[in-house]
Design a protein around this ligand. Structure first.
Ligand code: GLY
Length: 386
């Protein structure tokens, strides 16, 4: 943790609230070096803390966290699991549960999730069910986890049939986003978080779209001030949508912008295309389809595509993904409702679109087909459209 970055970027504190459960609120702290605040954010009546992380993150940040906790905790332990979505499973969760039981941790344990979205999702779900529910705190170490996965209490695991098919809503006690952890983040992982940030800006913070273009180079260089502003504003959008609709029955569904096509692209590529890249292309295709369906102004689409390109994120489909594979994957999307593929997108820049009181809509197949064609790889038309 550098003292210099701490001076440049003082910590920002937001508050997560839920309109349906006003008694549930928790702090979200963002800044360089804020890991040292971890003990202050833990519930006072805890017996001890178990930090849970994965084997790539632990060598980078594990010892710093343990050092901070060892100073004041009655009992502190750490458990690790193998990295990657492939290990975000019921089996990993069961192994961790058995270990908590074997180590005789009771309901007064507090779990600390240290890592990216895989860790915060899995540990949140573990906390939701261990002894019928214990408290946890998220310390996201990727941009994606900071601005998305660690916020809002969606927790869960993957099954062989798909991602996040089993889980629970379980809110953390606090979220602690130390921007210093982003210094060790690979560029491609930064991309994943930037894509979700574009989504948040397009849905609810038009000025953030400008900042993303102005700060594109600074963000890539992990400049603390640019990161602090972007992370805090992006988090604020997500917190606002979650506050209105914790359980994803209404406004929160707007966060699916880019994800219907994005998930299809991830699946059609057998997850070779990463989440953020898939969502970036997904936002371009879905915006174009919305324009073709008369539900979005072309200027809105062009602005979103322009920001995605300015950040160096992909706006086109990869050359080796066929139109047929994408279409088949779209139909399988788990967000299908009543046999329809449904889409969410901004109606205007910084404004969620509504459709007769709903936040998602079907789009005509020909609009989606033409948008996929328009976003085919440069010089390449997907098969079936040549
Ligand atoms: N990642 C979308 C949501 O939390 O609702």
């Amino acid at each position: 943790m550098s003292d210099q970055s701490r001076q440049i970027s003082p910590a920002v504190q937001l508050e997560a609230r839920l309109s349906a459960r006003p008694e549930t609120r928790y702090p979200v702290v963002i800044g360089a070096g804020v890991l040292t605040r971890l003990p202050d954010l833990l519930p006072a009546d805890r017996y001890g803390v178990v930090v849970i992380s994965e084997q790539r993150v632990w060598p980078l940040w594990g010892e710093a966290v343990m050092e901070i906790l060892r100073q004041g905790e009655r009992r502190v332990d750490h458990y690790l699991f193998a990295p990657g979505e492939i290990h975000k499973t019921r089996e990993t969760k069961a192994t961790l549960e058995d270990r908590l039981v074997a180590d005789a941790w009771g309901r007064d344990v507090v779990l600390v999730a240290l890592g990216g979205g895989v860790v915060t999702d899995l540990v949140g779900y573990l906390a939701a069910t261990y002894l019928r529910g214990v408290r946890y705190l998220s310390v996201p170490t990727t941009l994606l986890a900071m601005v998305d996965a660690a916020l809002g209490g969606k927790t869960g695991v993957n099954t062989a049939a798909g991602k996040n098919l089993v889980g629970a809503f379980h809110q953390p006690e606090a979220v602690l986003a130390d921007l210093d952890t982003l210094s060790t983040l690979p560029d491609v992982e930064l991309d994943h978080g930037l894509a979700e940030t574009v989504k948040h800006a397009a849905l609810s913070d038009e000025a953030l779209l400008d900042r993303l273009v102005t700060d594109a180079t600074a963000l890539r260089a992990r400049d603390a001030e640019a990161l602090s502003d972007t992370v805090a504003r992006s988090m604020a959008v997500k917190l606002q949508l979650v506050a209105a609709d914790e359980q994803d029955h209404g406004l929160r569904q707007a966060l699916n912008f880019g994800h219907t096509v994005g998930h299809a692209l991830e699946r059609a590529s057998e997850y070779r295309v990463g989440h953020g890249h898939a969502v970036a292309v997904g936002m371009c295709v879905e915006s174009d389809a919305a324009v073709r369906a008369g539900l979005m102004a072309p200027t809105v689409r062009d602005r979103i595509v322009g920001v995605i390109e300015a950040l160096g994120l992909p706006a086109r489909l990869p050359a080796d993904i066929s139109h047929a594979a994408l279409t088949a994957a779209l139909v399988l999307d788990k967000k299908n409702r009543g046999g329809e593929v449904r889409y969410a997108f901004p109606g205007a820049l910084g404004q969620v679109a509504t459709f007769g009181g709903q936040y998602t809509t079907a789009l005509p197949d020909d609009a989606v087909g033409a948008a996929l064609l328009a976003h085919a790889a440069e010089g390449h038309a997907p098969e079936g459209h040549t």
